[in-house]
Design a protein around this ligand. Sequence first.
Ligand code: A3P
Length: 292
Amino acid sequence: TSMTERMNTTEIFDGVRFPGFIHTPESLKAACSFQFQDTDILLVTFPKSGTTWMQQVLSLIFCEGHLWPIHNLPTWARMPWIEQISFDSLHSKRNTSWPRLFTSHLNAKGLAPALMKSKAKVVYMARNPKDVLVSFFHFHRIAGFLPNPSSFEDFVDEFLEGTGFFGSWFDHVKGWLSLQKDLTLFFVTYEELHQEPRCTIRKLSEFLGRPLGPKEEDIILEHSSFSFMSQSNIVNYSLLSKEIIDQSEVKFFRKGRPPSQPPSKYPRPILGPFYPFFVCVCFGLVGWLVGW
Ligand code: A3P
């Protein structure tokens, strides 16, 4: 089958739906028996949890200030997805001076047996599910290989039931967290990278055995910022054709917003800075009415 014919197909693997455009039964199976080496680094995420962001941070940590790959190699070539069709060709073309960096969206049950045979390091990145859900909804609208959601309500139901593409967010996070003792795993959240990027990147680089100097940290912070990445054609997915990712209405780098805030209990957002003024007027009115 040609690539275009695969565009709207679905692969079901271990009860989970995957877009058939980028996965085959063989590619998914091969990932589960992949031979990891002790020096390998695998980034695992549920989609829309900041995968591209962490791919950028990890490649910056290992490029040691040589920014050629950052400006010339797309993130999927620097850190290919082990379960996708393109893996073998991307993997064979890779720069051998780095440790092998990989990415995966697979769940813990599928990958754990292969990972446990080595001391490979795993970086698991999670994001607040409400933000994952909204980002994933918009991604379904722009990705040609995912069906357009019929409505936001249906999409929410599917997300909560875990019947959507890539399976259940809840099982994904729970599964990988339960392996913390069995694997060399670094658990990191989108929110902490957002709130304390320097400190989070420092902890991550120590886990990877690559401590950074303050100048290196500055370079990483600059090149992994939302503003740099969203403007860079190499990482903002504009290299892909419109059939694969169509960013004419919604961008891949959509908001990059901090975590969802709980709704405020007070009417302040409506009145904003006029709130004190409003309170004074109310008191004045009451005072006038009762004849103070
Ligand atoms: P939004 O759709 O909420 O904007 P993934 O790479 O796993 O598909 O995740 C994509 C999400 O990560 C998008 O979220 C995108 O904007 C956000 N993102 C990517 N790079 C980022 C960065 N440097 N800083 C903050 N958010 C980033």
